[in-house]
Design a protein around this ligand. Structure first.
Ligand code: SUG
Length: 449
């Protein structure tokens, strides 16, 4: 493709939010994720969770920002149940697992695909040598319940981003710890406007061939995975940067880097302890405006409990920047004070909108975890399949769908209830019709991978 075809300065950032699935529950499955562990076995509220997510999307639309959705994964998935050696009917298999191994049942029932920031790493067409948008679905090799997501995420992305003139969806990396990949949660981008060629920032917790240490929380992102993705996305090596997460942040509960930093255009908003100390030198040479929050003002504990840096940092249509922050940031004194000073200061961030996504937060997923950023030109966006880009009427419709099909509450024991399986299928079947996605799920079309 010629140089001029690559220049696409006019592009918009679309946030693709994961719709919270009907089986949203608290199973305590994620080591190193403090909220997941502390809410283990508590009662969840799937309906409230999904409505909170939709309210956040409505706010984005009200702010004039494009908003789209990714669908929940089928839970439990038929191929997974078969791989686990259960050959009877799905209802009989669930009953067997409920008796013999409730922990495994919770793993296969997790609604964790809602955290779309972990769905894939995305490189906009302005950054790639073939002028297409590249996606690598994350293999999520570090946690059992999430390691099942990659193949179906690839299928969903290939359904929505089906036009191969504009999009390429790679296979997830092989499922091995040395290639462990958590998607966009450890990836940022700097560009003067969304459509200009940018610099991509890959953040890892573990070097090539390095094993987990005997102590501390899991280092989920491997450097080898980040480097492999940068290569297959055809990024220019001079415009790609690999830096290391600070072990101290991971061990304090920042299991993904988006818990301690966020990028937008030429701004990096990060905690002082987000990266290895020598990473700051490299970052300072990128011409980026670094808004670094000192540990003495907001310590790691407050940053992580409030999820300050898991805010979405967005450029509004008037070109000012706003933070879409969790309500918890108003409840932690040091963080609330910091945000007050931040918007009053001479930084590009001059507005904070707070959103209540407490149901997701209780499993360690803030506003930024719930979305996957996809920068697209007008032509690329026009070539999407399905009706996944929302307007207000689309959100109304999804809210009505949630109110019809989602349970108010879910307790750990409810995963054994065969009605949950039927209800989930009825809900997801209707969702594929609302979003014009055809027969997407295994239960709709048994021949899928
Ligand atoms: O991978 N929690 C998710 C939260 C993901 C947050 N995403 C980002 N930071 N981008 C995780 O740890 C908890 C499930 C449970 O315990 O029931 C869970 O999977």
């Amino acid at each position: 493709m010629s140089e001029t075809q690559h220049q696409s300065p006019w592009a918009l950032e679309y946030n693709f939010d994961g719709i919270v699935g009907p089986t949203h529950n608290y199973a305590g499955l994620s080591a190193g994720n403090l909220a997941s562990k502390s809410h283990a076995k508590k009662t969840s509220h799937p309906r409230r969770a999904a409505l909170e997510g939709l309210a956040k999307m409505r706010l984005m639309l009200d702010l004039g920002l494009p908003q789209a959705v990714l669908v929940p994964h089928e839970r439990p998935s038929i191929p997974l149940v078969r791989k686990l050696g259960l050959t009877g009917s799905l209802a009989a298999s669930i009953a067997e697992l409920a008796r013999r191994d409730p922990w495994l049942l919770a793993n296969i029932y997790s609604a964790s695909a809602m955290w779309a920031a972990n769905a894939a790493t995305v490189s906009p067409s302005a950054d790639t040598a073939d002028g297409r948008v590249h996606f690598t679905p994350a293999n999520l090799a570090s946690t059992l319940h999430r390691s099942f997501e990659g193949p179906f995420t690839a299928h969903v992305l290939r359904t929505i981003f089906a036009n191969e003139d504009h999009f390429v969806v790679h296979e997830p990396l092989p499922l091995h710890r040395h290639l462990a990949d958590e998607g966009a949660a450890n990836h940022g981008r700097f560009s003067s406007s969304h459509g200009e060629p940018g610099r991509e920032l890959f953040v890892h917790g573990r070097g090539p061939a390095e094993n987990e240490g005997p102590k501390g929380f899991p280092r989920r992102q491997s450097e080898l995975a980040s480097r492999t993705i940068a290569k297959s996305h055809l990024l220019q090596s001079a415009r790609v940067h690999f830096i290391r997460q600070s072990a101290r942040a991971i061990d304090a509960g920042a299991f993904h880097n988006d818990v301690v930093s966020v990028t937008n255009q030429m701004v990096l908003f990060a905690h002082e302890m987000a990266f290895d100390t020598n990473a700051w030198g490299e970052l300072s040479e990128l011409g980026v405006e670094v808004i670094m929050v000192p540990n003495r003002e907001v310590n790691l504990k407050d940053a992580i409990s409030s999820y300050l840096f898991n805010s979405q940092l967005v450029t509004l249509p008037d070109q000012t920047m706003a933070l879409i922050a969790p309500v918890e940031t108003a409840e932690v004194e040091s963080v609330n004070r910091h945000l007050r000073d931040l918007v009053a200061g001479s930084h590009p961030i001059n507005k904070v909108h707070r959103v209540d996504v407490r149901q997701s937060m209780s499993n360690g997923g803030g506003p930024a975890c719930l979305r996957l950023r996809v920068v697209m030109t007008e032509m690329e966006a026009a070539s999407l399949s399905g009706s996944v880009v929302l307007d207000h009427a689309g959100i109304d419709r999804l809210e009505a769908w949630v109110r019809t099909h989602y349970r108010e509450e879910l307790r750990p024991g409810d995963l054994a209830d065969p009605d949950l399986l039927t209800e989930t299928r009825v809900a997801l079947d209707e969702l594929t019709q609302i979003l014009d996605l055809g027969s997407l799920y295994h239960f709709q079309r048994d021949s899928l991978p």
